[in-house]
Design a protein around this ligand. Structure first.
Ligand code: AMP
Length: 224
């Protein structure tokens, strides 16, 4: 069944890990605006040049550019079977734009999952975060390290060297958290008013327990 989910939470709360798992399991598209922006940066596109300064500073990319990317991504056929939004919307204004896009597509959100976690835990996690440049798998050197130090576990990646995100340094993390509290957190209220919000304590639970809780939420919503 086509699910339309939104995962909200501070940077490092585990949105990407959960979204990737859900997308694989349910064959839904995983839409991460942050990943799309980073790919533009890596490919050195004109668009990438326009946005790289925002990413490096931990600031939000302007809404017009972000919504352009989202409209384009939603137009791809893999979204017809459902999708998980990871990192969009990040402000009430973006949420209002999303409402309009959903209306045009005659779709509605099934649930908004909030991964709740404190700032100090975030800083500890993000400074230990690494990812595989080939498959995108996310590791944490403390909680979920790879079997071989510094290399991706996936056989198909051939031991690819894990990388650290440029914006995962403490100064930028603190700035991203500030932006989260100011611009993104108010979205919880925005969606709570529609009774869509389901919060999970992401500090107390490990990735597998969180995944189980999300599946329970989906079952309760009649999405599976
Ligand atoms: P993420 O990978 O979701 O942590 O996003 C990395 C960076 O991309 C953010 O710090 C922002 O600079 C930018 N970004 C991602 N999604 C958005 C969005 N919805 N609106 C504005 N900027 C975004």
């Amino acid at each position: 069944m086509a699910g339309h989910l939104l995962i909200l939470g501070a940077p490092g709360a585990g949105k990407g890990t959960q979204a990737m798992r859900l997308a694989g399991k349910h064959r839904w598209a995983h839409i991460s605006t942050g990943d799309i922006f980073r790919r533009h940066g890596e490919r050195g596109t004109e668009f990438g040049k326009k946005i790289e300064g925002y990413l490096k500073a931990g600031e939000l990319v302007p809404d017009s550019l972000t919504c352009e990317v989202l409209v384009d991504r939603l137009s791809q056929s893999d979204c017809d079977n459902g999708y998980i939004l990871d990192g969009f919307p990040r402000s009430v204004r973006q949420a209002e734009q999303l409402d309009r896009m959903l209306e045009e597509r005659e779709e509605a959100l099934d649930a908004v999952i909030v991964l709740d976690i404190g700032d100090d835990e975030i800083v500890e996690r993000l400074t230990a975060r690494r990812n595989c440049p080939k498959c995108g798998k996310i590791y944490n050197l403390k909680f979920s390290p790879p079997a071989i130090e510094g290399a991706c576990d996936n056989e198909t990646c051939g031991g690819a060297a894990l990388e650290e995100r440029e914006d995962d340094c403490e100064e930028t993390i603190r700035q991203r958290l500030k932006v989260y509290h100011e611009s993104t957190e108010p979205l919880i209220e925005h969606y709570a008013a529609r009774e869509l919000v389901q919060s999970i304590d992401a500090a107390a639970e490990g990735p597998c327990e969180i995944a189980d809780k999300i599946e329970d939420i989906l079952l309760a919503q009649g999405v599976s």
